[in-house]
Write a protein that binds this ligand. Structure first.
Ligand code: ATP
Ligand code: MG
Length: 590
């Protein structure tokens, strides 16, 4: 049965979603069978009582297969009422359990996916387009969880149907056999339609991800769109994505509801045709014939449910597949962690390191240099030279293609990621804050006391600004909060990086948004940090690098020069021109 319902890969998804839920499944199976028995008995009683009323007898002799029962009309009606009550009670688990299973499946998929994403490597995380994860994690997991509703619907209605047809067998074997064969033939005939529904759902899932990406991008670019007056144009672009989703959705829904309609029409044809055959053959006792007709009419209803549940199963399985494929992709990329402890950083070495985003087009090419623990190194170079890429490699966010990255003379990958991440800190090129208070932002990555937050804020030269705000450290900042300037955002990011007193701190363009006063304040704080931290500072502004012991010049992914500023000023063409262009000249003196 399962093989017919779903391919091997799909079956394993279903098993995954129903793992640990065997008791619920068993209860549903038992309840469905009992419901079928109740319904068959009620219908048989109705037929017998109706036939007795027509023939004006009160004593009934009923034969159900080998069973011979004598009863009165009122006795049978009492049994009938009891059966109706029993059937009502049986409905409770069929309402409660599928809803629970679906909710559990949704939770399982969402928890799994978010855990997988957060454990994935930056290489894989950074490939996700804007809005994709959100769409899969909210909308598509929601759609995927309907798979359990479809499956339980299929199991319960299928089993009840089987019991009803089975009861009809006992009463009228020929009519029931014809019905059963016809049902199987009909469901098999509708299979290609179900596969079509599955393919449509796959396309729908892809289009929904495109739409989510388009919406995410529109929200992020709203300011520029207003300025450039391209709101309408952008709306048209997103509308195209909406249209694509609508088109696939409407086809998927239409195909999905087509099968149950075809099924119902065919079953009614069968029923009326079957009666015609029985009439021509002049077969059967009138009460049992009536019961069979009632049973088959009821079976038609369950048959329709089976067919609709099956369509829904085919329509939702692609969403489960998409969520699980994504989860697997994330999990496969989880960076390996070593088990070596990292008590301190004494040296950082790259040996003949090369890295390419696109095979054959190296962004870093044969890069070698060494940084001593506690040293402050500035990294300069033209835009696109590979500076940010280098910082990501030094942070262990991306593995090298060739060459070695050693920390204290040992491959960096051998250190436990826990130890590593607790010793390093980073300020990225774009300040990224959470939509929450200043204090929550600063201690988001490191669980530190309020005093330590304030100390970090003072060190990053943001404390005085915060102290002036009406709500101080409780001011809500972050995307769309608009409470603070770009330079303030940058200093809060720096405070956040300083919060854990890192052994190595990498700053990628920390001063790009700072005014000269804030920059000189920050320089003071970097000087104060020198004592305890190995500092790597990428900067276009040469003045930022005045306090550095050495400067690494990267041009076209290669080391173009490495040494104290004075030495580079003498020997390195790029550095000399950068200094003269920045008009600083002061860095040469360092
Ligand atoms: N995720 C990525 N996928 C593909 N190529 C990338 C990716 N990130 C950067 N690159 C490419 O790698 C090269 C180096 O980029 P990188 O960001 O390291 O330069 P950079 O020196 O930091 O430049 P800038 O000073 O402008 O920040 C560039 O040619 C860039 O286009
Ligand atoms: Mg950069």
């Amino acid at each position: 049965m399962m093989a017919w319902l779903a391919a091997r890969r799909e079956r394993s998804q279903l098993r995954f979603l129903l793992r640990g839920r065997s008791l619920a499944i068993v209860v549903l199976i038992v309840v469905s069978v009992l419901t079928g028995i109740c319904e068959a008995s009620i219908l048989a009683i109705v037929a017998e009582v109706a036939s007795a009323l027509v023939s004006r007898t009160n004593e009934l002799h009923i034969s159900i297969g080998p069973l011979h029962i004598s009863a009165t009309i009122s006795g049978l009606l009492v049994v009938g009422f009891a059966l109706i009550a029993a059937r009502l009670l049986l409905q409770i688990p069929t309402v409660v359990l599928p809803a629970r299973l679906a909710a559990d499946a949704q939770g399982t998929l969402r928890r799994g996916l978010i855990a997988a994403f957060t454990s994935a490597s930056w290489t894989v995380q950074s490939r996700d387009r804007e809005g994709e994860l959100q769409e899969v994690l909210t909308n598509q997991t929601g759609q995927a969880s309907f798979v359990t509703l479809a499956l339980t619907g299929l199991v319960t209605s299928g089993l009840t149907l089987l019991v009803l047809v089975g009861s009809a067998f006992v009463l009228q074997p020929v009519a029931a056999a014809i019905t059963l064969v016809a049902t199987v033939v009909l469901l098999s005939g509708l299979r290609p339609l179900s596969q079509l529904v599955g393919r449509r759902s796959e396309m729908l899932s892809v289009e929904q991800i495109r739409l989510a990406h388009g919406i995410g991008q529109t929200a992020r670019m709203a300011e520029e769109m207003d300025v450039f007056g391209v709101g309408r144009q952008q709306a048209r672009e997103v509308q195209k994505l909406v249209d694509a989703v609508t088109r696939h959705f409407s086809r998927q829904q239409m195909l999905g509801s087509l099968a149950p309609s075809i099924f119902t029409t065919a079953t009614y044809l069968l029923l009326v045709g079957g009666l015609l055959v029985l009439h021509i053959a002049n077969a059967g006792h009138v009460a049992s014939l009536g019961a069979v007709v009632l049973l088959l009419v009821r079976s038609a209803g369950y048959g329709q449910l089976v067919s609709a549940s099956y369509q829904s199963l085919r329509g939702t399985l692609p969403f489960v597949q998409r969520v699980r494929d994504r989860e697997r992709g994330y999990l496969e990329s989880t960076p390996a962690t070593g088990d070596r402890a990292l008590p301190a950083i004494k040296s950082i070495t790259l040996e003949h390191a090369s890295f390419a985003y696109v095979p054959g087009r190296p962004v870093l090419d044969d890069v070698s240099f060494e940084i001593a623990g506690g040293e402050s190194v500035g990294i300069v170079g033209p835009s696109g030279a590979g500076k940010s890429t280098l910082t990501q490699i030094l942070l262990r966010l991306r593995p090298l293609d060739s060459g070695a990255y050693l920390v204290n003379g040992v491959p960096a990958a051998e250190y436990s990621l826990n130890d590593w991440t607790s010793r390093v800190a980073y300020v990225s090129q774009e300040p990224r804050l959470l939509h929450t208070t200043v204090i929550a932002n600063i201690r988001y990555f490191r669980d530190i006391a309020e005093d330590a937050v304030i100390e970090a804020a003072k060190l990053a030269r943001i404390h005085d600004d915060v102290a002036e705000w009406e709500h101080g450290y409780d001011t809500v900042i972050g995307p769309r909060a608009d409470a603070i300037s770009g330079g303030q955002q940058q200093r809060i990011c720096i405070a956040r990086a300083l919060a854990g007193q890192p052994a190595m701190l990498i700053l990628d363009e920390p001063t790009s948004a700072l005014d000269p006063r804030s920059e000189s304040l920050l320089q003071e704080s970097l000087v104060a940090l020198r004592e305890r931290t190995t500092l790597l500072i990428v900067a276009h502004r040469m003045s930022t690098l005045e306090m550095c012991d050495r400067i690494l010049v990267i041009v076209d992914g290669r080391v173009d020069g490495y040494g104290p500023a004075g030495e580079l000023l003498r020997d390195n063409k790029y550095y000399r021109s950068a200094i003269s262009l920045s008009g600083a000249g002061r860095a040469g003196a360092g």
